[in-house]
Design a protein around this ligand. Structure first.
Ligand SMILES: Cc1cc2nc3c(=O)[nH]c(=O)nc-3n(C[C@H](O)[C@H](O)[C@H](O)COP(=O)(O)O)c2cc1C
Length: 248
């Protein structure tokens, strides 16, 4: 009997311990121990300042990239610098009897451009301009392709200009030699040059292409002969038809 009681007691003990092992096994099998650190980390990031500052740092780091992508790259914030980058136009001209001067004025007014008069160191007198005189100053100069009459003054900071109009009267089918002096006095490389002239009836002929030979690296547009009596509208019609970007 006693043996039976002990056997039953031992059996009960075994059943109880097996039940306890089963519970332990089921607890350790749960993924809760792995999830908890993740949950707590997420909670910490949400509540700890350092976590927030990390997010802000990332946002701050992205801002410069977004600024570049928005198309602002290369545009200076300084308005003066921006202006410097706009198209600048100069209208330079020589005029012995003021006809070409009027056309140059129309262009400069129409484009709100700077204007520069090529002034001879030694002014041309009426006698100098007498093309019927074989010994007049102009006849002598135009007979000598190497003549380079001196200019009084100079263009201040030619470098700033992108487009330069060059106006002159036709003398014996050519540009006056003083215009050769002018084009040889500056570096026009990278600039667009627009030659124009007035005359008693002759066309621009080879006057502009001969001037072009005296420069390097400039983009010369075909020369244009205008009438001294042309209105500003007529002149600007030609200017605006050149296909140039004047920046405004
Ligand atoms: C020395 C000299 C030569 C000229 N040669 C010509 C010429 O070959 N063909 C022409 O049509 N006009 C000729 N002209 C006239 C001028 O080209 C014309 O009057 C011009 O519009 C004057 O411009 P300006 O007042 O700007 O100097 C000549 C004028 C001078 C003074």
């Amino acid at each position: 009997m006693m043996k039976k009681v002990i056997t039953v007691f031992i059996s009960l003990l075994m059943i109880l311990s097996l039940a306890a092992c089963g519970n332990f096994a089921s607890q350790t099998g749960q993924p809760s121990t792995e999830e908890k650190p993740m949950e707590s980390t997420a909670d910490n990031v949400g509540s700890v300042e350092s976590g927030t500052s990390v997010e802000n740092t990332e946002a701050t780091e992205k801002q410069p990239e977004e600024t570049e992508a928005s198309g602002n790259a290369g545009i200076p914030e300084d308005p003066e610098e921006q202006e410097e980058q706009g198209t600048k136009v100069l209208v330079a001209y020589f005029s012995a009897t003021n006809i070409t001067r009027g056309i140059a004025g129309h262009i400069a007014n129409g484009l709100n451009a700077d204007i520069y008069e090529i002034i001879p160191e030694e002014p041309y007198t009426d006698a100098d301009l007498n093309y019927n005189d074989n010994n007049s100053r102009t006849t002598i100069e135009m007979n000598d392709p190497d003549a380079r009459p001196a200019i009084s003054g100079s263009v201040e900071d030619m470098e700033q200009y992108d487009i330069v109009f060059i106006g002159y009267p036709i003398w014996w089918g050519e540009a006056p030699r003083i215009v050769s002096t002018f084009v040889e006095s500056y570096d026009f490389s990278g600039k667009t040059i627009v030659p124009f002239c007035t005359s008693g009836g002759s066309g621009v002929g080879s006057s502009a292409t001969n001037l072009e030979q005296l420069t390097d690296g400039a983009d010369w547009l075909p020369g244009k002969r205008l009438n001294g009596s042309d209105s500003q509208d007529t002149v600007m019609e030609w200017v605006n038809g050149l296909g140039l970007d004047f920046g405004e």
